[in-house]
Design a protein around this ligand. Structure first.
Ligand SMILES: Nc1ncnc2c1ncn2[C@@H]1O[C@H](COP(=O)(O)OP(=O)(O)O)[C@@H](O)[C@H]1O
Ligand SMILES: Cc1cn([C@H]2C[C@H](O)[C@@H](COP(=O)(O)OP(=O)(O)O)O2)c(=O)[nH]c1=O
Length: 214
């Protein structure tokens, strides 16, 4: 049976990642793969309710981290694990790196606590004890916060995170950088400051190089 592949998309708000999720799903489907497209926080009825709270209500950083990980646990068990077990390609718009980048680096919340939550939440039955479910590859759309802010201006009504100042997103970007340093083999850094077509070529090239797209 075909092995499932778990691909996450990361980057600061406005980096341009969502534009490529649908194109990648189409590319995999064209090659005969079943694709599950999903997002975090969200992806299940419960996790979508938690998303609405996390994106719209003020809360302290620990509460925010717990809400993100609670949504993630439900999403993993209900959607991601069954899809991987079926052999699907799972395309997930954000995963745990976003919690380290936004709650950890952005809000300054304790990284040790986040590591602890990661260990609890991402231990799943399909993996041996001690291993965690992580994406097979994480596409990090890297863009200067000023450029992302220009792209977002007028594009949509900002939520709680999108209305943060440029300084916040500088910290978030440094959080992504740190996650990449800690697990370089998992990350593909995509230079997102180029026209959409050039960014798309890079996305395809990364997945071809890993043998997942032909
Ligand atoms: N390569 C690009 N160049 C210019 N604008 C872009 C590019 N990619 C996306 N955009 C625009 O930038 C905004 C944010 O893109 P989006 O895909 O929603 O970002 P994200 O999902 O990372 O928050 C949208 O208005 C989108 O049309
Ligand atoms: C998954 C996750 C997202 N977030 C934030 C990042 C984004 O600002 C927001 C939602 O992400 P996203 O779905 O990318 O927003 P949009 O659909 O508006 O492009 O949640 C966290 O703070 N922590 C997390 O763990």
């Amino acid at each position: 049976m075909t092995r499932g592949v778990f691909i996450s998309f990361e980057g600061i708000d406005g980096a341009g990642k969502s534009s490529h999720v649908g194109s990648l799903a189409q590319a995999f489907r064209t090659q005969g793969r079943q694709v599950t497209v999903t997002r975090e926080p969200g992806g299940t009825p419960l996790a979508e309710k938690l998303r609405a709270l996390a994106l719209n209500e003020a809360m302290d950083p620990l509460t925010e981290a717990l809400v993100m990980f609670a949504a993630r646990r439900d999403h993993l068990l209900q959607v991601i694990e069954p899809a991987l077990a079926r052999g699907d390609v799972v395309l997930c718009d954000r995963f745990t790196d976003a919690t380290f980048a936004y709650q950890g680096a952005g809000r300054g919340f304790d990284l040790d606590v986040l590591h602890g939550l990661e260990r609890w939440v991402q231990a799943v039955e399909a993996l041996p004890a001690g291993s965690l479910r992580q994406p097979d590859v994480t596409l990090w759309f890297d863009l200067a916060p000023e450029t992302a802010a220009q792209r977002l201006a007028g594009a949509r009504v900002p939520d709680k995170f999108e209305s943060q100042p440029v300084e916040f997103f500088r910290r978030v970007a440094s959080g992504y950088e740190a996650r990449m340093q800690a697990d370089p083999g998992r990350f593909e850094r995509i230079a997102a400051d180029r026209p959409r077509e050039a960014v798309w070529q890079s996305v395809q090239a990364c997945l071809e190089a890993r043998g997942w797209l032909k």
